[in-house]
Design a binder for this molecule. Structure first.
Ligand SMILES: [Ca+2]
Ligand SMILES: [Ca+2]
Length: 109
């Protein structure tokens, strides 16, 4: 996913603030089936979410109630689910959001 974002000069979306989260939530509501991957994961260390591109820790964001739950000990990627975040299995095929320098997300299937 991150590789495809790179082909357009971007990277998997990194949400740095609640403002940005709200912006992306609006974008998802308007353009997707209400869920889409962003660029966060806890592959390296369970429970510690970092971004793929910048390697920065994921700030305190609006997780969905009860999330992240690492369901079946198999959820290391992160999706937007309506207007909150959920950890889910990285093998799931779904939509995802790329971020470009000007903070204009682009959508790919
Ligand atoms: Ca996990
Ligand atoms: Ca979950």
């Amino acid at each position: 996913m991150n590789e495809l974002c790179k082909t357009i000069g971007g990277y998997l979306a990194e949400i740095d603030s609640l403002d940005e989260q709200n912006f992306v939530a609006g974008f998802i509501k308007a353009h997707t089936e209400r869920f889409a991957f962003i660029g966060a994961n806890d592959v390296k260390r369970e429970g510690t979410f970092v971004y793929y591109n910048s390697k920065k820790p994921v700030p305190a964001l609006n997780w969905c109630p009860g999330e992240p739950d690492n369901f079946l000990n198999s959820e290391d990627c992160v999706e937007f689910w309506s207007n909150c975040l959920n950890d889910l299995n990285c093998g799931y095929i779904g939509q995802y959001i790329c971020e470009l320098r000007l903070k204009r997300p682009g959508m790919f299937n």
